[in-house]
Design a protein around this ligand. Sequence first.
Ligand SMILES: *[C@@H]1O[C@H](CO)[C@@H](O)[C@H](O)[C@H]1NC(C)=O
Ligand SMILES: *[C@@H]1O[C@H](CO)[C@@H](O)[C@H](O)[C@H]1NC(C)=O
Ligand SMILES: *[C@@H]1O[C@H](CO)[C@@H](O)[C@H](O)[C@H]1NC(C)=O
Length: 277
Amino acid sequence: MKWIALITAALVTRAAVAQGFSNSGPSNGGSGPYLANYSTDSTLTGHTLFAPKQIPDGLKLPVLVWGEGGCQANGTMFLSLLNEIASYGIFIIASGDPGGTGQTTSKMMTDAINWVSQNAGKGKYVNVDATRIAAAGQSCGGLEAYDMKDDARISALGIFNSGQMTEAASKQIASTITKPIFFFLGGSSDIAYANGERDYKLLPTDTPSWKGNLPVGHSGTYMETDAGKFGVAAVRFLQWTLGGNVTAAEYFTGPSATTDGWSVESKNLNKIKVTSL
Ligand SMILES: *[C@@H]1O[C@H](CO)[C@@H](O)[C@H](O)[C@H]1NC(C)=O
Ligand SMILES: *[C@@H]1O[C@H](CO)[C@@H](O)[C@H](O)[C@H]1NC(C)=O
Ligand SMILES: *[C@@H]1O[C@H](CO)[C@@H](O)[C@H](O)[C@H]1NC(C)=O
């Protein structure tokens, strides 16, 4: 078992570590109502911010903190996905500088949560609502999101093409998740499939959870314009768990995700109660 886990760990890392690795398709600022783009802020080094370019008065932006595949410190690695999410009125703090190099740690996600908690509602960030924050990431970045599981400021977890590397880690971590957790996996050809499936099975019985598999492998549909079906599902996951959007919730509680090709399992989704923004 140990060897299998180590080989899996090596592959998940190696899949993404080559310089210039891209996990972004074309993006014209997302398909949502508010064209998005990225920027940086000198008071939060090593991160990339995604937001609507123009924020209408009164629009409240809940927050996503995001960890990159391969834990690469390239904040624009998922440009198409993150612009897509931001274009629906979500403020995102991704670990890594735009086009940056090197490795991230989950501490950078905590730094982002600390920073947004201090800056939301003020100045440039007057529309940002840090009472609603989700943590998510792809592959190695999903493991960083798991590390936020006990942070009281986080209200939902998104695990994209990821899962704990060993059975021992699954038992230790997945079995203690109490926040709503959504898995977006790439089917049996996704290198993280077995890990994500195992984590899902080990969740506490009363944790609200959803797991979808789209048979496209570890790279999801991030290379499509606006990140394809992973983009669609990611937006609805956040519109629901952060924004209390009941139409978005129906994507998961009704037939739409299945119609889109996701093989779905879920538990306790009726326990997710979020007031609308
Ligand atoms: C960062 O990500 C973008 C988009 O995926 C990619 O085009 C670029 O090559 C990456 N940069 C580095 C240094 O890996
Ligand atoms: C997005 O922001 C980057 C960095 O500031 C800039 O180079 C680029 O032109 C912007 N793109 C759009 C479409 O506004
Ligand atoms: C709620 O989500 C649906 C589906 O994504 C979207 O069409 C609608 O505009 C959203 N409503 C609000 C108020 O954001």
